[in-house]
Design a protein. Structure first.
Ligand code: NDP
Length: 243
């Protein structure tokens, strides 16, 4: 099952949802290129788990929002990789606060991580996918893009922008055999929600529980697979029934 399907690049794959996606795709036979920003120990643990389940891959550190880091890194990866079949734009951050009090830096870093990250990663990978007429791009948005949520104007804007960008790009590359979709998780048990008022939020979830990273990863795996061959430009919610 090793490398027979080409490579899958996953941003923010050292922890949480990105790590679960990396493991699912590794088990499906993809060579995993796992990006992270700073937590090298977590990234090395992810790579060890990929190898532990019979997969292969590598880790690469750069900030997806920083064009000076991201573009040379992506060019280098694309130049030495025969096929990148999958790109998962997963890296994302929060910097919550009421909008009228929000420092400019909290607005910029949240939007840059999501939207400049999408730009910096998706363009070079699409240029690699287009000649092969094959590929799947999945970006991780959030329920916050779809439902109003106090204190997350920056995050909601970033994730709604991600949906808009993804659907536009999907329309551009659909005839080229490349599918572009979005997964919008609800509340998922990762480091990101460690300070969230989980009990309050649980009461808003019809299934009355927090989701698992693996439950998001399995949907991403499906969207990347040939089983989803007629699905593009869609937003799939994984949120326990929130609406
Ligand atoms: P975590 O905080 O658990 O993990 C985030 C990962 O992204 C880490 O590996 C981190 O790297 C990496 N990362 C963050 N910023 C950058 C950057 N600028 N460049 C490269 N890597 C970066 O988050 P989750 O797993 O919870 O979230 C994953 C995605 O899912 C995000 O886009 C998030 O917005 C979205 N999401 C999460 C929900 C949740 O409830 N958890 C709900 C809805 C959406 P490092 O380890 O080096 O810091």
């Amino acid at each position: 099952m090793k490398n027979e399907k080409g490579a899958a690049f996953i941003s923010g794959a050292a922890r949480g949802i990105g790590k679960a996606i990396a493991l699912e795709l590794a088990k499906s036979g993809y060579y995993i290129i796992a990006n992270y920003r700073s937590n090298a120990k977590a990234a090395e643990d992810t790579l060890a788990e990929i190898r532990g389940c019979g997969g292969e891959g590598e880790i690469i550190a750069f900030d997806v929002a920083d064009t000076q880091q991201a573009l040379p890194a992506m060019e280098e990866i694309c130049s030495r990789t025969d096929r990148i079949d999958i790109l998962v734009n997963n890296a994302g951050i929060t910097a919550d606060g009421l909008f009228v009090m929000m420092p400019e830096n909290d607005w910029n870093t949240v939007l840059d991580t999501t939207l400049k990250g999408f730009y910096n990663l998706t363009r070079p990978v699409l240029k690699k996918m287009i000649p092969k007429k094959k590929g799947s791009v999945v970006s991780i948005a959030s329920v916050a893009a779809l439902l109003p949520n106090r204190g997350q104007a920056n995050y909601s804007a970033a994730k709604a922008g991600l949906i808009g960008a993804s659907r536009s790009v999907a329309a551009e590359v659909a005839r080229l055999g490349i599918r572009v979709n979005v997964v919008a998780p609800g509340l998922i048990e990762t480091d990101m929600i460690q300070d969230a008022p989980v009990q309050n939020i649980k009461s808003m979830i019809p299934m009355a529980r927090i989701g698992k990273a693996e439950e998001v990863a399995k949907v991403v795996k499906f969207l990347c697979s040939d089983d989803a061959s007629y699905i593009t430009a869609q937003v799939i919610s994984v949120n326990g029934g929130m609406f």
